[in-house]
Ligand binder design. Structure first.
Ligand SMILES: *[C@@H]1O[C@H](CO)[C@@H](O)[C@H](O)[C@H]1NC(C)=O
Ligand SMILES: *[C@@H]1O[C@H](CO)[C@@H](O)[C@H](O)[C@H]1NC(C)=O
Ligand SMILES: *[C@@H]1O[C@H](CO)[C@@H](O)[C@H](O)[C@H]1NC(C)=O
Length: 192
């Protein structure tokens, strides 16, 4: 137990707390396009997805919620090449439950379209860039760990304003975990 009293352990406690705080509390779940249904854009707003992605700054830990009638649509994540050519065979990820959550776990470029034939050609496609990385470095997440850790020093600075249309995604069990974790850290510090 001796090493629990080391400065390294205190740092670790604080670090864990910051990680939980940043990744779970300041994350947003974006409803794709601010629309109630992921679908072929209307003729009135054919570039809805392109505009929407341009005006939102996505970051690690955020997630994208695609809502649609499962009988009518689906979501696939594809490579840049397949995105550009609307090639929907062999996607990286295929989701068709009508309530599809894509978790952003790496920086990079993510390309989505519909798995329904013809929908991609009708501009039902979404490209997002996370972390302002160049388009030549696509990410095939989820599941791939970020190569560089996000920066923590700004965590307690100004809290970013969420886009008005987005709801914070708060995971209460994790928040409780963080509170308990920091309480344990405090108790251990108190025993010193
Ligand atoms: C579509 O993508 C698949 C898998 O990446 C590839 O095998 C196929 O040749 C592509 N088709 C076209 C028309 O490019
Ligand atoms: C994203 O996370 C949610 C909740 O943790 C999970 O239900 C969902 O399956 C995840 N999405 C993907 C594509 O793994
Ligand atoms: C994104 O990166 C480019 C260069 O790669 C830079 O010119 C641009 O200002 C960056 N944008 C933001 C919002 O940081």
């Amino acid at each position: 137990m001796a090493n629990l009293r080391s400065p390294r352990f205190h740092f670790w406690c604080a670090f864990q707390f910051l990680v939980l705080f940043q990744t779970k509390v300041l994350c947003y779940q974006y409803k794709v396009g601010d629309l109630d249904a992921w679908g072929v854009p209307t003729s009135a707003n054919p570039l809805v997805y392109a505009k929407w992605s341009k005006y939102n700054a996505f970051k690690l830990g955020d997630s994208l919620l695609f809502l649609y009638p499962p009988s009518q649509d689906s979501v696939i994540q594809v490579t840049k090449q397949s995105f550009d050519s609307c090639n929907t065979t062999d996607p990286i990820l295929y989701m068709n439950n009508g309530n599809s959550l894509f978790n952003i776990t790496t920086n990079g470029n993510f390309y989505f379209t519909s798995g329904e034939s013809g929908h991609c050609q009708k501009k039902q496609k979404l490209h997002i860039n996370v972390g302002n990385v160049s388009a030549d470095s696509p990410s095939y997440g989820p599941g791939v760990l970020p190569e560089t850790a996000p920066s923590y020093p700004t965590v307690f600075g100004s809290i970013p304003q969420p886009p008005s249309s987005s709801t914070p995604s708060l995971s209460f069990s994790v928040i409780i975990g963080a509170i308990i974790g920091s309480a344990i850290c405090a108790i251990i510090n108190g025993l010193m």
